[in-house]
Structures are given as C-alpha cells and as structure tokens.
Design a binder for this molecule. Sequence first.
Ligand code: SF4
Length: 282
Amino acid sequence: MSTETETVARPEDHPIAPYLRMDRMPHIWCPTCGIGTIVKCFASALGEAGVDLDKTAIVSGIGCTGRVAGYMNLDAFHATHGRAIPFATGLKLGRPELEVVVFSGDGDLSGIGGNHFIHAARRNIDVTAIVLNNLNYGMTGGQVSGTTPEWSVTSTTAFGNPEREFDICALAGTAGANYVARCSPLHGWEMKEIMKQALAKKGFSLVEVISPCPTHFGRYNEMKETPAMLRWLGERALPVERFRGLAAEQRHGHFPVGTLVDRDEPGFNERYETVRARAQQQ
Ligand code: SF4
C-alpha cells in the first residue's frame, strides 16, 4: 500500500528537471507569467531534438527573461543589457562546434540591443535567438518598449502609447535570417516544434514568443489575470496562412503565428571559413 509521501510528486522528478538548475529554485518570476511555459517548451525541444547539452551554451541579457540563462542546466552567460547577441556571436565564431542559443526579452534584444539584432540577422550568424516579447519592460516596472502595441497603456504611457510597435519577425526576415517563427504560450506544442526547427537550422534563427505579463502589461490594460491576457492573445493570433489571406485592413490588430521564413542561405560561419581559406592561400 502506498503512503502519502510516496505519491507526492517531487520537483526533481519533473521531466524537465534535468534541464534546470534545481538548486536555484524557486525562480523569481511572477505567478502565471508566460516565461514558465516557454522554458518548459524550450527544455522539451532540447530533449526531443537530441541536442548534446554539454555542447550547448545559452546567453541572456538583462530583464525578467534574462534570468533564463541562470536557471538552465547549460553553460550560460548572463550578458550586459542589450549585448547578448554580440557575446553569442563571438562564442559561435570562436567555438563553431557549439549550439549557441540567445534567450532574452524584447526590451533587451529588440530595444536596447536592437542594432545587434539587425546585424545578426543580416550576417545570418548560426545562432538561435528566442525572444520573449512581453510587450513592455517588465522587470523595471512596466515601461513602454519598442514592442508595446500602439495605444496600449503602460507605466510611462498613461494615456496610451502613441508609437507604433516593432514587428520583430518582419525585421529579422527582411534583414536576412534563415528561419523566423512566432508563437505564444497558447500554442505549446507548436512552440516546442518551432524551437526544434530553429535549433536544427543553420544560419540565424529567430523564435518570437508573445507572452503574458499580467503584473504590468496586463494590469495596465484591464487584463490583470493571465486567462484574460491569453484570451486577448488568442483573439489576435492567426495561423500564418489565414493571416496572409486577409486584406491589409483586416490584418489590423492581428499577428500571424507559425513559421514565417524558412530558407537556406549560407550562414556567417560558412562565409567566414571561405575567407579563412582565401587568407591561407595568400
Ligand atoms: S514582471 Fe511580467 S514578465 Fe516579468 S516575471 Fe512578472 S509577469 Fe513575468
């Protein structure tokens, strides 16, 4: 006969426990924040993709999502604000055999680090970037960011954000990334599959996950509880095929989810080897 203590699930028995630094738990994230779901999908993707964890490095910048690097059971680098991509670029060039993943927030990667982001996509450096877009600067108090939807309320736009938001995926695709996809915590299985594709892809891969921040973005926009934010996301997210079939005026207020760009242009490591070979022939 089993006892009560035998049936209680222990955190270290969870399927993704081997991918986490359990000694660092509990984490700092707010209850019901979307980051947990995204970390779970990332851990599952690493496992199902058969990635060698001893040859995988993760680089984060600053912010709520910047903490992911410290919680994953991988070689990790917690870079300065906006500088995750330069560190990852150097790492990939110096150690091309490594799988290098950048995991950070929209403020870090597309705001403060936006310039690096554009050039990483242009170079098509063989790095996988997972951008958690919580639509504001969460850790510092819910200020407006480059991805805050226009007319949304934040702690610094009390009467609505008069700026238009960045489309991170369009930016990466236009700049030259080989793989670009978007999803949300509503699409857990798809998110995991997209992350697997991004990890397998040569060249620059971007996965944008639009994620609920109930503590700030949700609270300021009458979606204090995560289910309300998820409903809001669900009303706006459209499968990419359906989105592309809409007229421009019908697209307003919606965004496409799924794989948006998938091509096989030579990555920067490959081009760099060409230069190295030419130099050796001199
Ligand atoms: S502030 Fe927002 S993004 Fe940051 S942990 Fe809390 S809910 Fe998540």
